[in-house]
Design a protein around this ligand. Structure first.
Ligand code: DAH
Length: 359
């Protein structure tokens, strides 16, 4: 083999060794063995040689060609393996990681309690109704059988808006009950609605907030009676608090818009200063209720001789505090992220009667 050929051989082997990618290696191949490659061009010069020299040089050239082709093939295998290795490293999957990162936000306990009670009453055939926060005196009081001089007006610590030219003034609704009136005036019986929403009273201490939430319930039909009221509230309380034998007690009470009226207590224990719900002999008030007053039905154009119904109202903060053991009402409105992370709920776990409520 002549020196030039050996130099070329060394040079090409060096290029193959140095090629760091499949693309670079292919360039080396084309430069050596391609149509205009250096070895290919040497092959073309064979014809000009004497037969003896041609034979010897041709054999040597072929050996070099084979050697370079082999070297390229080996380098290809090596680079392919390295490429797979690199991808395995880069695309490494840690199968022990959670499937999805847990969402950062939390559902506020008031929203969660609302979602849960909507799910429970929804299952019983109730629709959700709504009304304005800024209410006419008529809907908030008068139509609910609370006339202007009625003492119940004082008890409500009403926020009034400035008096208007016609001497009337709007109020921030003091309860969700005005939505009973709005719904009855707008729709024909039978009705089965719940009204979760904000309410406002000028009252602020450890157990009262100037803004809080209630849920109102109203059922109107031809033969609705007190037994339906009791069954409905019992069903709700047992589902919401997830206590199958939770006892309910109906105490006679007074509301201007119901007759008869009853306050509802649920069973609890206060042993050791700790409040626990269940059949333990002690009682805790949670809501007001009654049969819709005939005058209220009349105020809405319903004939009390034909239609009757029951209604109830309860505080959402109150039942949320009881269900999840939240000790202080004021913390609901502090917007403290640590509190929300502790008492809040994961957004994707939407409560339903089939899928389950919170635990
Ligand atoms: N509106 C009452 C309150 O805010 C609660 C209430 C009591 C609502 C009895 C009712 C009811 O519908 O029948 O204290």
């Amino acid at each position: 083999m002549n020196d030039d050929l050996d130099k070329l051989r060394q040079d090409l082997l060096g290029q193959v060794r140095k090629a760091e990618s499949l693309e670079a290696l292919d360039e080396v191949r084309v430069g050596a063995l391609g149509k205009k490659g250096r070895l290919t061009q040497l092959m073309r010069t064979l014809g000009q040689l004497e037969p003896e020299a041609r034979k010897a040089f041709g054999a040597a050239l072929n050996r070099v060609k084979d050697e370079i082709a082999d070297a390229i093939e080996q380098a290809t295998g090596r680079l392919r393996a390295a490429e797979i290795e690199r991808r395995l490293e880069a695309e490494r999957v840690d199968v022990t990681l959670p499937v999805k990162p847990e969402p950062q936000g939390r559902i506020h306990p008031i929203s969660q309690a609302t979602d849960e009670l909507v799910a429970i009453f929804g299952e019983m055939g109730f629709e959700v109704a709504e009304g304005p926060h800024i209410e006419d005196d008529f809907y908030n009081f008068t139509a609910l059988n609370i006339p202007p001089e009625h003492p119940a007006r004082q008890e409500h610590d009403t926020f009034y808006l400035p008096e208007r030219r016609d001497r009337t003034r709007k109020v921030l609704r003091t309860h969700t009950s005005p939505v009973q009136i709005r719904t009855m005036l707008n729709r024909k019986p039978p009705l089965r609605i719940i009204v979760p929403g904000r309410t406002f009273r000028a009252d602020h201490d450890a157990t009262h907030s100037p803004m809080f939430h209630q849920v109102e319930g109203l059922v109107i039909d031809r033969s609705t009676h007190m037994g339906h009221l009791k069954g409905c509230l019992e069903e709700f309380c047992r589902a919401f608090f997830d206590i199958d034998d939770l006892p309910l007690r109906f105490r006679p009470s007074y509301f201007p818009f119901t007759e008869p009226s009853a306050e509802v207590d649920i069973g609890c224990s206060r042993a050791g200063g700790e409040l626990k719900l269940g059949n333990y002999g002690d009682w805790l008030e949670i809501l007001g209720s009654g049969m819709v007053h005939p005058k209220v039905l009349q105020n809405c154009g319903y004939d009390p001789a034909e239609y009757q119904g029951f209604a109830f109202g309860m505080g959402i903060e109150r039942i949320a505090m009881l269900k999840w053991g939240i000790p202080d009402l004021r913390t609901f409105y502090d917007s403290d992220l640590r509190w929300l992370r502790h008492y809040g709920f994961v957004p994707l776990e939407v409560p339903s009667m089939v899928g389950g409520l919170s635990r």
